[in-house]
Design a protein around this ligand. Structure first.
Ligand code: PGA
Length: 270
């Protein structure tokens, strides 16, 4: 049975108090869920990581960083070192989110350096990829995704591939202005991503790399999306920032994927 991968990035919204309250609630609500079925991760703001670590260190929620530098130390004012992130319990690093690429100007080459650096430090890279609306209109979405993977994963040793998680997040689908994705389109892009991963690492390894979808995921479309057999999880923004709602999505998605009668004890709604 393949586990499900569900995570959220709180972007630049929650302060320390809000993050800790959120995590306490999320940890409590999801504590009964069998972690063989679920990998759950949260990417809070940097200032909240230390406090967040004290809450999630018991296990159950993987602590993530929304970004990291590709160097351990040096003259990189304003950047954050993977060594410093590990010091506060970070296990997974979000790399190449569309807002980093399109607002902060991160290139595929920078993304690749970050991926390699995260792996060097034993951090799991959550590599985010996605085409813009213009690229979609030009009919080059698949090529864009393949290129982002080719460059982003350049020189990644296949033996490290089990550390990778890929989040497919079309730029045009993310955020308040985001447009809904059709299932056919999503299935097509996810298949292209799997195919590109096969080209890079070989089919056997590619099958083991979780692919998540992100971009305006909510209670309603989560179930339809997770019905796509090639999809391993969801990366959620707004709809996951309320712990009660996130817990509802988690349980609905788990119940739709796994045999509820068999696993009832593992994710009951009570
Ligand atoms: P959204 O954010 O679910 O609010 O669209 C997704 C993301 O930015 O990862």
């Amino acid at each position: 049975m393949k586990k499900l991968y569900l995570g959220t990035n709180t972007k630049m919204y929650k302060n320390i108090v809000q993050t800790t309250q959120y995590l306490i609630k999320l940890a409590e609500l999801t504590q009964d869920i069998d972690r063989d079925l679920l990998e759950l991760f949260v990417f809070p703001s940097f200032t909240a990581l230390d406090a967040a670590n004290k809450i999630v260190s018991e296990g159950g929620i993987l602590l993530g960083a929304q970004n990291m530098c590709w160097e351990d130390e040096g003259q990189f004012t304003g950047e954050i070192s993977p060594v410093m992130l590990k010091e506060v319990g970070v296990k997974i690093a979000e790399i190449g989110h569309s807002e980093r690429r399109h607002i902060m100007g991160e290139t595929d080459e920078m993304v690749n350096r970050k991926v390699l650096c995260a792996l060097r430090h034993g951090l799991m890279p959550l590599l985010c990829i996605g085409e813009t609306e213009e690229q979609k209109k030009l009919g080059i979405s698949e090529e864009v995704l393949r290129l982002q993977l080719k460059i982003g994963l350049h020189h990644v040793n296949p033996s490290m591939a089990s550390m990778l998680r890929i989040a497919y997040e079309p730029v045009w689908a993310i955020g308040v202005q985001g447009k809904p994705i059709t299932l056919t389109y999503a299935a097509h892009m996810i298949a292209a991503i799997r195919d590109e991963l096969s080209e890079i690492f070989g089919a056997f390894i590619a099958e083991t790399i979780p692919i998540l979808y992100g971009g305006s995921v909510n209670n309603e479309n989560a179930l339809r999306l997770i019905a796509l057999p090639e999809l391993d999880g969801l990366f959620i923004g707004r709809a996951a920032w309320d712990a009660v709602n996130f817990n509802m999505i988690i349980r609905d998605v788990l119940m739709s994927r796994f045999d509820y009668t068999q696993k009832k004890a593992a994710f009951s709604r009570e």
